[in-house]
Design a protein around this ligand. Structure first.
Ligand code: BES
Ligand code: MN
Ligand code: ZN
Length: 500
């Protein structure tokens, strides 16, 4: 991974392949952002003019390169757009994205210095995290390892020594590394990542970071009566797993359970997806990857909370042993479910995991899942839906996501949609209800499995989990690690004694 360090050197004297500055849209043309002062001096005050001539406008996403004048030790100046210049301060997300754009534009070079605004600890963290996330590259399958990401990012800051700036960079490093690990898991081809392999990775990483990891294999699942996980995993030669990752803190202020959907490949099963709908379905374990990354981050940051992560891992395949539409499954805890569509598999593995999570009586359960195409239709591909059995919790999570640069929107769980899942079935529930509001129906299904008295929220990340368009900001093509930062922020708030 790209190395990140902080330096108090002046931008003029630092040897690097490139020096990155920020430019914004001002009322009268482009404005150089704080951090660019020394660079501007080296250009004898003509930098803004030169950049304008080269077409720079300060718009978000823009990257304009200029050869350095004699006064700078770096070969190149790269100006990245910050969007509208607010009075002296920049949105943290604009800083993250600009740093990400710079890291992407400088892929292949060895050393880049970031002279972007980093006046507060928050700004420093934003620049550091955006840079690390933008530098991400997945070269596992490319001959020769693919395009090298930028080798080293040096954050220029006047605040290097201060305690809060140090902590800010440390947080960016932890969260950036864990998000990039989650992206790797999502991007790995599904023939190389099955439930057993995912569980082994969780065990190894857990060991590395001192987390307790327990794996239930197919025998243990059978013994325990985990009918949802087994029913979904039945069609595959790769059997399911339930992974429990426990982080505890001696001064924990709350106990949280994070539950992740971990379908390592979703073909739809016997209700097979048509061509065009399964090419990206290796991403169907993004919820489990996000949960795992969040728990490891919490441990590495030493947050004063207890968190149990539950990874519900299975591969959804059609075969002679696959669950049929019409089969009835007995879920963990005893409820029965008639499977009307084997492609509605996420809710089946999650139901088992949610019941199991509830047995440990956490204060809150948050599940994360690439659950429905309907949520994508509703919110597009960059925003996840937040549903909950508690309005305050739903709004806390929505607000937390906005603070860390993840787009989400609160969605309802209209009680009348529950009926479609309970009528005319031979079992307690069917795994499908009305087609309209499909994302909410799925949420209502999960709600049935939450124990009395436990606050629960559901993040449907089907849209933003996997980015298919052109890279933007710090978001590459493929796995995004969405929801990791929201979960970490939520845990931080709990550690600080915040209410649900
Ligand atoms: N994994 C899919 C949902 C999905 C779709 C995630 C697109 C990411 C991108 C899920 O298992 C699924 O197939 N859901 C069905 C449910 C339906 C059969 C009730 C869907 O959304 O069509
Ligand atoms: Mn499916
Ligand atoms: Zn799925």
């Amino acid at each position: 991974m790209t190395a990140l360090s902080v330096s108090t050197s002046s931008a003029a004297s630092l040897r690097a392949d490139a020096l990155v500055i920020g430019v914004a849209k001002g009322p009268k043309g482009i404005v150089l952002a704080p951090g660019a002062e020394a660079v501007s001096e080296a250009f004898e005050g003509k930098l803004a003019e030169i950049l304008s001539t080269l077409g720079a406008t300060g718009a978000e996403g823009e990257a304009v390169k200029v050869p350095s004048p004699a006064g700078l030790k770096a070969a190149l100046v790269l100006a990245v757009g910050l969007g509208d210049a607010a009075e002296g301060s920049y949105e943290l997300e604009a800083l993250r994205r600009a740093a990400g754009v710079a890291a992407r534009a400088l892929a292949g070079s060895k050393k880049a210095a970031l002279a972007l605004p980093a006046e507060s600890a928050e700004e420093t963290e934003a620049v550091a995290l955006g840079g690390l996330l933008g530098a991400y590259a997945f070269g596992t399958y490319k001959s020769g390892g693919g395009k090298e990401p930028v080798g080293e990012l040096i954050l220029l800051s006047t605040r290097k020594g201060s305690k809060d700036a140090k902590a800010a960079v440390e947080r960016a490093l932890v969260v950036g590394e864990e998000m990039n690990r989650a992206r790797d898991l999502v991007n790995t081809a599904p023939n190389d990542l099955n439930p057993k392999g995912f569980a082994a990775i969780a065990q190894a990483a857990g060991k590395e970071h001192g987390l307790k990891v327990e794996v239930l294999d197919e025998k243990a699942l059978l013994k325990g009566g985990f009918g949802g996980l087994l029913g979904v995993g039945n069609g595959s030669t790769n059997p399911p797993r339930l992974v429990k990752v426990a982080y505890t803190h001696p001064k924990a202020k709350a106990s949280l359970a994070f539950v992740g959907k971990g379908i390592t490949y979703d073909s739809g099963g016997i209700s097979l997806k048509p061509a065009g709908h399964n090419e990206t379905m290796k991403c169907d374990m993004a919820g489990a990857a996000a949960v795992f990354a969040a728990v490891v981050s919490a441990k590495r940051l030493g947050l004063a909370v207890n968190i149990t992560g539950w990874l519900a891992l299975a591969e959804n395949m059609p075969s002679g042993s696959a669950t049929r539409p019409g089969d009835v499954l007995r879920m963990y805890g005893g409820k029965t479910v008639e499977v009307l569509n084997t492609d509605a598999e996420g809710r089946l593995v999650l139901a088992d995991a949610i019941v199991r999570a509830g047995e440990e009586k956490p204060d809150v359960i948050v599940d994360v899942a690439t659950l429905t195409g309907a949520m994508m239709l509703a919110l597009g591909s960059r925003t996840f839906g937040v549903m909950a059995n508690n309005d305050e919790l739903r709004s806390t999570l929505h607000t937390a996501s906005g603070e860390v640069g993840e787009q989400s929107w609160p969605m309802p769980l209209p009680p009348e949609l529950r009926k479609g899942m309970t009528e005319s079935t031979i079992a307690d529930l069917a795994n499908m209800g009305e087609r309209m509001g499909g994302g909410l129906v799925a949420g209502l299904f999960l709600k049935e499995f939450v124990a009395e008295g436990i606050d629960w929220a559901h993040l449907d990340i089907a849209g933003p989990a996997f980015h298919e368009g052109a890279p933007f900001g710090y978001t590459p093509k493929g796995g995004t690690a969405t929801a990791v930062r929201t979960l970490v922020r939520f845990a931080e708030q709990k550690a600080a004694g915040g209410k649900a």
